[in-house]
Design a protein around this ligand. Structure first.
Ligand SMILES: [Zn+2]
Length: 206
């Protein structure tokens, strides 16, 4: 692709680094931005700037937050002894949208995946185990996708918790094997969390 401007070329290059965006789409977006009022582009670059510099991770659940303790963890109406283990913030948003869950979350930051070089140490597993060891949790609900990586992660954590007194369950009904959690509809996901089953039983079933 030949560019008449280095600035345009740089913008296209940076935009094309985003997932799912090829050079052509990047060029279309860059030209679109050029046509917009300057304030709009400034707002976009400001928002991206803040996304990296201002956002924090909740010190309790590792969810993305603007403050040290996220809104969910600091809400006195939530049951702090019930913790739902999820991969990332999209799962928190999906479960929150159901309006069915009143406990807290623990955001792992991904799932164990040897293919993508993600090991247990890359996730927030040790902080979860510490939470359980400190006696802060009565029940853990595993709500990872029912993919091989999700199952591996579930099982790894389950092993780490051996001998600790905590009830473990896994979301069940309605989530098909191989489904990513964020794509489940709200009613199905809401029902799965209410009808969760003990983790041991889920292993026998599969
Ligand atoms: Zn939190």
């Amino acid at each position: 692709m030949e560019f008449s401007s280095k600035f345009l070329e740089n913008a296209v290059y940076e935009i094309s680094q985003l997932p799912g965006i090829g050079k052509r789409t990047a060029l279309r977006l860059a030209l679109h931005l050029l046509k917009q009022p300057e304030e709009q582009t400034s707002r976009l670059s400001g928002a991206l700037e803040n996304l990296r510099s201002q956002i924090k991770f909740c010190k309790n659940c590792h969810n993305i937050s603007d403050v040290e303790l996220c809104e969910i963890c600091s809400n006195p109406k939530r049951d702090t002894t019930l913790v739902c283990v999820v991969e990332d913030i999209r799962d928190v948003m999906a479960i929150e949208n159901t309006g069915q869950y009143r406990g807290l979350y623990h955001v792992l930051g991904g799932k164990i995946s040897p293919m993508e070089c993600v090991g247990p140490q890359d996730l927030t597993i040790s902080s979860l185990v510490d939470k359980v060891k400190n006696g802060m949790v009565n029940e853990l609900i595993f709500a990872l996708s029912s993919t091989m990586e999700g199952d591996t992660t579930n099982f790894y954590i389950f092993k780490q918790l051996e001998g600790l007194s905590v009830k473990t369950s896994t979301i069940a009904r309605g989530i098909a094997v191989g489904d990513e959690l964020e794509y489940a509809d709200e009613v199905t996901l809401g029902r799965s969390i209410l009808n969760r089953i003990p983790f041991e039983n889920s292993m026998k079933a599969s």
